[in-house]
Design a protein around this ligand. Sequence first.
Ligand code: MN
Length: 247
Amino acid sequence: MATVDFHCHLDLYERPVEVANVAAEKGVYVLSVTTTPTAFAGTSQLAPAGSYIRTALGLHPELAAARRGELALFERLLPSTRYVGEIGLDGSNPHRETLDAQIGVLTDILSLCARAGGKIMTLHSRQSVQLVLDVLELEPLAGTAVLHWFSGSKKAVERATEAGCWFSVNSAMLRSAAGRAAVEMMPRDRVVTETDGPFGTFNGAPLYPWQASECIPALAKLWGMEAANAEGLVISNLRRLVGTSTN
Ligand code: MN
């Protein structure tokens, strides 16, 4: 396992089975996120036995208002996974108008996670960084929050770090000056890589999980170390994040 893609929508590629199989053959660690509880069962089946693909139970903020009826299914499925996501908030147009409903859904999910003893969560925070942190800070027992594609200010990175958050960073973040400034502020022992494929793209083509390693040279430069050491750090971070459990 040398490549870590801690936020990928395997079920949303044009050929999900093929992508999952190639990722498994390459030994990529993939956190395979879902956008609705209904998608969880089918998406779990994409992960070949013995692979490093783990499936997360999610309810995406862009769908949270319309699909909040699926919270009951979310609750029923929660004992079957240690991983939750994609969850979070989206304050961009046109989702801003459902923010109250999104906050309600996120609060409910975090409280279910807390009652379950804590989960490893991947969170979306587009144009809602402070709000996501407000909601997270109200439920400190929900587990470990990994902020995916986090685009907050340096101050927001500091606040998230103090709240115990981790970060998953992608190549789009590392290509932008503001993104690099944020990544530089992140504690390097709490950073893993991601693609957010197929939404994460390069030159118009969707990124595949094994391309998460394309982040490594830029991370190594920011961290002032050799690429091999940056890769090793991301892998040791992943091990600390997920522990030794094989679930
Ligand atoms: Mn995503």
